[in-house]
Design a protein around this ligand. Structure first.
Ligand code: PGA
Length: 256
């Protein structure tokens, strides 16, 4: 059984004071929740103070990006060892905002996934199609390409989470239907079966992202191949993020 995984991507939100308030509110709301792994991904400069804020809580820490080189003349960038030093355990790689605004492509992301996993952290690798691609029936081809150009059997599967985030659902209030999301998660799992083997593919968490909120979390999380969520907007409100976490924890309780 795969433990549900709920990750919050804060993007470029929250001052340090607001971040502290959010984590303390979240702590009060989740109590001693079990059966679900929880991750928050603040902006880089909050990683050290947030590591202190989550110490002793069932909340892990992740970064939203990393450079693939360990060090060097790369102004404005942050490396995996620097992230690891903060206590963070995860890095989001290939979010559609990074692909779109910062032109990160498959070649670049393949290096990042290897830098993150090789550096001892877990990569949350994001894939997903645009609205235009979905409407022209290219979803399967796009997701297949995004998986095949970046993953390979040299990437340790136990340091990998894959987020399916249809670009048209991110921050738009439009959510993929549970059936649409499940179909792509199932495709990703079968692609992982070719990269690794079936047992390994069955061990990797596949999570959904794109306007997940308390009202739609339970039905998305109930799908067979959806093992959690990468949450944007709703993770900025402790009450909403806690409700999504509770929905994931109850998936564990109702598992056979
Ligand atoms: P959203 O963002 O929940 O605000 O749609 C998800 C994401 O970008 O990871």
């Amino acid at each position: 059984m795969r433990t549900p995984f709920i990750a919050g991507n804060w993007k470029m939100h929250k001052t340090l004071a607001e971040a502290r308030e959010l984590v303390s509110d979240l702590r009060d709301r989740i109590g001693d929740v079990s059966g679900v792994e929880i991750l928050v991904c603040p902006p880089f400069q909050h990683l050290f103070p947030m590591a202190k804020a989550v110490a002793g809580l069932p909340i892990m820490l992740g970064a939203q990006n990393a450079h693939h080189e360990v060090e060097g003349a790369f102004t404005g960038e942050v490396s995996v060892p620097m992230i690891k030093e903060t206590g963070a355990t995860h890095v989001i790689v290939g979010h559609s905002e990074r692909r779109g605004y910062f032109k990160e492509d498959g070649e670049w992301l393949a290096k990042k996934v290897r830098a993150v996993t090789g550096g001892g952290l877990t990569a949350i690798y994001c894939v997903g199609e645009t609205l235009e691609e979905r409407e022209s029936d290219q979803t399967e081809a796009v997701v297949t390409r995004q998986i095949s150009e970046v993953l390979g059997s040299d990437v340790p599967a136990d340091r990998l989470v894959i987020a399916y985030e249809p670009v048209w659902a991110i921050g738009t209030g439009k959510t993929a239907s549970p059936g649409q999301a499940q179909a792509v998660h199932k495709l990703i799992r079968s692609l992982l079966g070719s990269v690794y083997d079936t047992d390994t593919a069955n061990s990797v968490r596949l999570i959904y992202g794109g306007s997940m909120k308390p009202a739609n979390a339970a039905e998305l999380l109930a799908q067979a191949d959806i093992d959690g969520a990468l949450v944007g907007g709703a993770c900025l409100v402790a009450e909403d993020f806690a409700a999504i976490i509770a929905a994931a924890a109850s998936k564990t309780r109702s598992a056979p």
